[in-house]
Write a protein that binds this ligand. Structure first.
Ligand code: GLN
Length: 381
């Protein structure tokens, strides 16, 4: 057979799969891939049970269960003052990654340019490339990873079709500020530029900071796909349920792809989440819940030789290790997984050029005893 021409010749298996597999293999505490080591709420599990026994076991409607889309519309209006029509502007997806892939696929054509900021979550660039789009990446650097908007301006030309943003940010735990929103608004004004805003950590934001959702700003909302997740807020990453919101003219294209990619998303979980969302405390309590974990973990890490980077949101804490070793971050991550027994993610994997700032990312969505055990081990370095 003629050899297959790979569509993604540079792409291997994702770092999350690799590091989790290694952690399991060597018995390390897994702070690499972002997922909780505690269970989702018994009440939510009961609601899934009820949905199943009530017979919600056949295909959900292609765009998602209406009761869930309505709850999402209400939540979005309450939190961000934005009105989305659940009929035409909200679609339930099989997690954030599918929503991101679908959004990119539905609007990116060959030679369209898409601006991404690195370190970038690893699913953005491959989706752009599969569509024949051109990835224009801008590198951000620790400790603050701020977006240099003057550089963004210089990257823009008549081929620029999309800018991808992520707030709170994975892996850096930074958040967009109002000044970023102002810069962005000025840049896209009167331009044919779409925004894909990955907001899967919207409820994981600390110290009373504001989540600057694109939904808050009419001039941005009108050109944005907003991607959100239920796995992160409800400690159920394995359920793979999320959603996308966009104005109808974009959502129409999104659904054309969605219907052939997954058709629809598993029904009982949608019914259950629709019910669960009726109590706003299910998500309003999250900042406190995770901030406690962040603070506890940071306090522990302060005793180690690592240097902490700020964490404003998400459930990731990054550290630098310049004063420990000059090894590559990927080598050092392997070393501490195998020899110290704590798995992390080396952040150079989120840069196209493999830029290594000697930064490791730890996930703190873990029980206190897991975090304590990890810190005890890291103290040995
Ligand atoms: N979002 C999670 C992380 O950053 C994992 C996603 C995945 O495994 N694809 O760790």
């Amino acid at each position: 057979m003629t050899p297959i021409i790979s569509k993604l010749p540079q792409t291997g298996t994702t770092i999350f799969t690799l590091m989790s597999a290694l952690a399991n293999e060597v018995g390390a505490i897994n702070l690499s891939q972002g997922f909780p080591d505690f269970n989702t709420s018994p009440e939510l599990i009961q609601l899934v049970n009820t949905a199943m026994t009530d017979g919600h076991n056949q295909y959900a409607p292609m765009p998602g269960v209406m009761a869930l889309r309505e709850q999402i519309a209400q939540k979005t209006e309450k939190l961000y003052g934005a009105i989305y029509n659940p009929d035409t502007e909200i679609t339930i997806t099989a997690g954030g990654t599918q929503a991101i892939f679908t959004a990119i696929t539905s609007v990116i054509n060959p030679n369209d340019e898409v601006i991404i900021f690195e370190p970038a979550f690893d699913c953005y660039a491959p989706a752009i490339k599969l569509m024949g789009g051109i990835v224009k990446s801008l590198e951000l650097a620790p400790p603050d990873y701020r977006i240099p908007w003057d550089m963004v301006r210089r990257l823009i030309n008549n081929k620029t079709r999309m800018i991808i943003l992520n707030t709170p940010h994975n892996p850096t735990a930074t958040i967009l500020q109002k000044e970023d929103i102002d810069e962005l608004s000025a840049i896209v004004k009167n331009q044919d530029i779409l925004i894909l805003s990955d907001e899967v950590y919207e409820h994981l934001i600390y110290d009373g900071e504001t989540h600057h959702s694109m939904a808050r700003y009419p001039e941005l909302r009108c050109r944005s796909f907003i991607v959100a997740s239920f796995g992160k807020p409800f400690h159920a990453t394995g359920w793979k349920v999320g959603y996308c919101m966009a104005p109808a003219f974009l959502m129409q294209e999104f659904r054309k792809v969605h219907q052939f990619l997954v058709f629809s998303v598993n029904a009982p979980i949608q019914y259950a989440i629709a019910e669960y969302l009726k109590d706003e405390n299910t998500y309003l309590s999250l900042p406190d819940f995770f901030q406690q974990k962040r603070d506890h973990f940071r306090k522990g890490l302060e005793q180690t030789r690592f240097q902490l980077l700020p964490c404003y949101g998400s459930y990731f804490q990054s550290v630098t290790f310049n004063n420990i070793t000059d090894q590559k971050d990927s080598d050092f991550a392997l070393y501490i997984t195998k020899e110290i027994g704590v798995a992390s993610i080396p952040t150079s994997v989120f840069y196209t050029q493999g830029t290594d700032h000697h930064v490791l990312r730890f996930c703190f969505a873990k029980r206190q005893e897991t975090l304590d055990k990890a810190v005890d081990r890291l103290l040995k370095i």
